[in-house]
Design a protein around this ligand. Structure first.
Ligand SMILES: NC(=O)c1ccc[n+]([C@@H]2O[C@H](COP(=O)([O-])OP(=O)(O)OC[C@H]3O[C@@H](n4cnc5c(N)ncnc54)[C@H](OP(=O)(O)O)[C@@H]3O)[C@@H](O)[C@H]2O)c1
Length: 335
């Protein structure tokens, strides 16, 4: 099988590129970072630099293949709408066009469950549950990208959309490193005592899901699937587990949600001032996302993709720690 991966220089795409390459598939990795690209090349993969906002670059980077896994994207809770739109919507439309031009009939898209966020607790969310109209820029543009892919389902390429929540594992530069950084402070702030229930996803479970997609029957295509470890935890348990595995002390400090919202609101205002111009360390969205329970049902992926998360929450963190310890550069930056 020949698989083209966008965003192969990022956390999820790189994990996927390495896994498919190790499994003997021909991987064409694309992204913008030449540094990471050359590391992928050293491992035996083809790397082609391409910006997904530029259709000509994508047309050149793509070639006939069995499938494109589209991982490139702009995520986050802060930034201008246009920045999200250009990468997540125009970029995805370009991926679709480049697939058509290169006779690629299948796209797997890494979307996000943040589109489910309503600001209220939600449990066991199904893919078919109503999606709130009001969305933050990230969720809004991921949803628009999903629609572009599914609207074109009739004319091809066929698409599978995966919505994995809170992915962690090797090359992760956000979630776990942030928690480890926080642990250097005396107290770790937990909104509403960290009682919100959340799903988390070990990256190896996600790459396993993508592999299953590659071999999925026709009826599984043009569908959306939730992906997680299928073991929801409270934020408090989640942070506690990470810090226990990394042998760090855990002194949580409760921050009531209204207080956190007020602080985040002020930080946002400050960031918008001409001299502020810096990403706030928390936003009203990030507060809500950590304060509210959001768990998903993965039964559809189990049925349609034969997905079964093999690595538990704990095993995933243990694997990640082992990887950090054997990767000297990463170890020094987080310890
Ligand atoms: N991590 C999670 O917990 C999570 C959860 C749900 C969904 N997702 C989704 O999964 C995807 C990958 O996330 P990630 O965590 O791996 O993010 P990441 O580490 O930030 O990687 C993003 C990737 O997108 C590439 N990219 C961004 N803009 C691009 C552009 N204009 N042209 C070409 N490449 C571009 C980056 O390339 P360069 O680095 O070379 O610039 C990088 O390879 C994203 O679409 C995200 O929405 C992530």
């Amino acid at each position: 099988m020949k698989i083209i991966i966008t965003g192969a220089t990022g956390f999820i795409g790189r994990n996927l590129a390495e896994r498919l390459h190790e499994d003997g598939m021909k991987v064409v990795a694309t992204g913008r970072s030449l540094t990471t690209g050359s590391e992928l090349q050293k491992k035996g993969m083809t790397f082609i630099q391409a910006d997904i906002k530029d259709l000509d670059q994508l047309n050149t980077a793509f070639s006939p293949a069995d499938c494109v896994v589209h991982c490139a994207g702009k995520s986050g809770d802060w930034g201008k709408f246009n920045e999200f739109y250009e990468t997540n919507v125009i970029g995805t439309n370009n991926v679709i066009k480049a697939c058509k031009k290169n006779h690629i009939e299948k796209i797997i898209f890494i979307s996000s469950p943040s589109i489910y966020f309503t600001g209220k607790d939600r449990y066991n969310i199904l893919e078919s549950d109503p999606i709130p109209e009001r969305q933050f820029y990230y969720g809004k543009t991921k949803l628009m990208a999903e629609k572009s892919l599914l609207d074109r389902a009739e004319k091809g390429p066929a698409a599978i959309i995966l919505r994995p929540r809170a992915v962690y594992g090797r090359y992760d530069n956000t979630i776990v490193p942030r928690i480890l950084q926080l642990s250097k402070k005396k107290n770790i702030p937990l909104i509403n005592n960290g009682n919100a229930m959340v799903d988390i996803t070990y990256v190896g479970n996600l790459t396993g899901a993508v592999k299953n997609c590659l071999f999925a029957p026709d009826k599984a295509w043009n569908e959306v699937y939730n992906i997680s470890n299928n073991d929801p935890v409270s934020v408090r348990e989640w942070f506690g587990l990470i810090l226990k595995i990394f042998n760090r002390p855990f002194y949580p400090k409760n921050i009531p949600e209204p207080v956190a919202i007020a602080m985040a609101g002020m930080m946002e205002v400050f960031s918008r001032l001409p001299f502020g111009n810096k990403k706030p360390s928390m936003t009203r969205f990030s507060v809500g996302y950590m304060a509210r329970s959001m768990t998903m049902c993965i039964e559809k992926a189990a049925q349609g993709l034969n997905y079964s998360p093999r690595i538990s929450n704990r095993q995933g963190f243990e694997k990640y720690k082992l990887w950090l310890e054997t990767t000297r550069g990463h170890k020094s930056s987080y310890s």
